[in-house]
Design a protein around this ligand. Sequence first.
Ligand code: SAH
Length: 393
Amino acid sequence: MRTLQVKKLAASRLKKGYPALEEYDFKTLDQTTEGELVRIVDQQNNFIGKGYLGKENRSVGWMLTLDKEEEIDSVFYDRHFRIARDIRSAFYADTSTTAFRVFNADGDGIGGITVDYYDGFYIFSWYNKGIYSYRDQIYQAFKVAIPDFKGIVEKVRFKNAQIESQHIDGEVPPEPLMIKENGIQYATYINEGWMTGIFLDQRNIRRKLMEEWGAGKTILNTFSYTGAFSVAAAMGGAVKTVNVDAANRSKAKTIEQFEVNGLNPDDHEIRVIDVFDYLDYAKKHDLKFDLIILDPPTFARTKKRTFSVEKDYVGLVREVLEILADDGILIASTNTWKLSRDDFYQMVNEAFDEENVDAYLMDEYGLPEDFKINENYVESNYLKVMVLEKLKD
Ligand code: SAH
């Protein structure tokens, strides 16, 4: 195993449990082999820990252990999966929610892999080539730790991967695979692509929409994808939702999500259109909404435009403020790791400021409990959701 020396400041944070290895931690990081296991030492050559190299976003690898004696072998992986499963026993026991995250990368001790549970099926997502080179060993360990799976599917999420998605073991998941979340049904598709039809990390927002925010409201759900937020709000008594997404596939999928819950999709609008075009239309027709949801992707290219959170979020909030009713609620969400909570707060604040609209921050959310966070790496809490109530002039 190669020994790599890190700079002074990197050494101190790694000793404290910071899990990510970053390029500037090293004086030189010549020849990096994806998946190479490395010993990390400080400037005095004292042992800090062991990790692996794998390029992912801003990191070049992940620490795996600070224990000199610990080997990175099947026993290591097996133990991590067991612990991860055990701390989620309440999720396994809850029959009203049958989809959740079982293993959350560095939050559960191994950066680069996440595992989601979908009603007995397990979806592995691999975020760098390095960890993917251990996949056989890791699947083997997983099957020993959690033998009662219906099936295993993998998503390969790093650049230049040969495949996006493939079946690994057990049964092939049915299409759709029905899951439940707080009693609501969602149709998911887990055999193709990276996206399944639902983003599990927004569970707490859907719950609040159902239990509290949705009742009696007219709702605009922008970047609505399969309409999951709208379905939750409608189950909680929303009068009407307008779902706006530029992707053709979104229409049929949204209809399906309403129908599987016994809701009539005709009571709602499902529009396949660019959000910015819809906002122009809504302004022109003087539409007003009691609640507006903004949950765009970090970056998207549609036929007409490219959208990026950093460049366009302020403008987006400004536009929707014009069609938000007095006392209306805005749910502003982003999942980009590139913005800190404070950066995002600044951007939302700037939009209210520029529009000269008064509001207060009612509530704020990050990742739910199953998306376990590494306390030494708060940056991994990528989800930021701000719930704002508009105040009358
Ligand atoms: N908020 C959703 C997830 C959004 S996923 C949920 O919680 O379920 C991002 C969605 O934004 C995709 O469905 C994509 O088609 C859509 N999208 C991206 N750019 C868009 C644009 N300019 N106008 C409309 N939809 C867009």
